[in-house]
Unconditional design. Structure first.
Lengths: 257, 87
């Protein structure tokens, strides 16, 4: 047991999330995470460009894939939250879903093995983007004062309770939403990344010990199972980010009644 | 603190580092209690709803994921805070 404990050296968090600069310097330094992000942008663009360039009535190959993504976002996100009038946001939400899924899935691709969203930069940027978007739509559809009135003074609440409700609604709608949106994605991917790193460390540590080989298949099997679980998490987080964006936009489009 | 140092036979720096590690554990552990119970309630009730009205399963599932996302956020704040807690 003592040998096993000494063989286990978990790397600190900074070792598994900070990558050395490949080129550039200062604010514009490019490392593996940035390269993976650029690659994701290219793949998303390439996928939908290739799918729409020679579109046929009966889809084949890449067009099939793109159409099933669009169908999924339309039926699962837009129609469930915004209804038919939210169709104009379909392109944004499809891009968002595909891009977040791709940046997440790098977590389990060999050689890459690093989810771009395990650094706060990209989730924080997208959180701010969504915040600007739904506030803009709210102000455009309801007017500046109308929007903030419907946010801070929800109808159907007893007058005396506004002392309590108004600050809570203001903080939760204007301040916490982008923050929780970004942190949810970031923390889920970081936790998944650390989980995989921990189990890889355990598996290799057990493998290097001769006598403990009996328990090696257990830790290896768990590692494989967790990799599958991370695929689920990658899809789920992309879905949740997209559907929350849709819910926020739907809430800003019409005053509550 | 003096007494603790004598008992542990360590330098003050090591004690501080150890206490930081314990604090980080408590921050995450405490933050996970409420959301753990909350997610249990959300999913349990969603399963009840799906079992009673299987035709509404799609709508219930979407709403369930939304509920999980809102509940889970607090645990994730705790997870991130546990890294921010200074050593």
């Amino acid at each position: 047991m003592a040998i096993l404990v000494t063989a286990l050296e978990f790397p600190p968090v900074s070792h598994v999330t900070e990558w050395p600069t490949i080129f550039g310097e200062g604010l514009f330094a490019v490392n593996k995470v940035v390269l993976l992000m650029w690659l994701s942008v290219l793949i998303v663009f390439g996928l939908f460009y290739a799918a729409s360039r020679r579109s046929r009535l009966v889809p084949t190959g890449v067009q099939n894939l793109a159409e099933s993504i669009v169908d999924f976002v339309r039926d699962g996100v837009v129609l469930q939250t915004m209804g038919p009038e939210g169709m104009s946001f379909l392109p944004l939400l499809v891009m968002m879903f595909t891009f977040i899924f791709l940046t997440n899935i790098w977590e389990i691709i060999p050689v890459a093995q690093m989810p771009v969203n395990a650094r706060i930069a990209l989730p924080a940027y997208m959180g701010v983007l969504v915040w600007v978007l739904y506030n803009f739509i709210g102000i455009r559809n309801q007017g500046f004062f109308g929007y903030f009135k419907s946010v801070m003074f929800p109808p159907g609440v007893p007058k005396a309770l506004y002392i309590l409700v108004t600050p809570i609604e203001f903080v939760s709608t204007i301040i916490v939403r982008p923050f929780s949106l970004a942190v949810r994605l970031f923390a889920n991917m970081l936790a998944g990344h650390l989980l995989l790193v921990s189990f890889i460390t355990i598996t290799t540590a057990v493998f290097t010990l001769g006598p403990a080989l009996v328990i090696w298949p257990v830790s290896f099997g768990l590692l494989v199972a967790l990799t599958g679980f991370e695929v689920l998490v990658a899809v789920l987080q992309a879905f949740i980010f997209t559907i929350l964006t849709a819910v926020y936009i739907a809430g800003a489009m019409h005053p509550e009644h | 603190m003096e007494l603790l140092n004598v008992v542990a036979q360590q330098s003050p720096g090591e004690l501080a580092a150890g206490l930081t590690a314990v604090g980080r554990g408590i921050v995450y552990g405490a933050a996970a209690i409420g959301p753990g119970i909350g997610i249990g309630i959300v999913v349990g009730n969603a399963i009840t709803a799906m079992a009673r009205q299987p035709e509404a399963a799609g709508m219930v599932r979407t709403t369930m994921f939304l509920g999980i996302a809102f509940t889970e956020a607090l645990a994730l704040f705790g997870f991130v805070l546990s890294f921010i807690v200074a050593g």
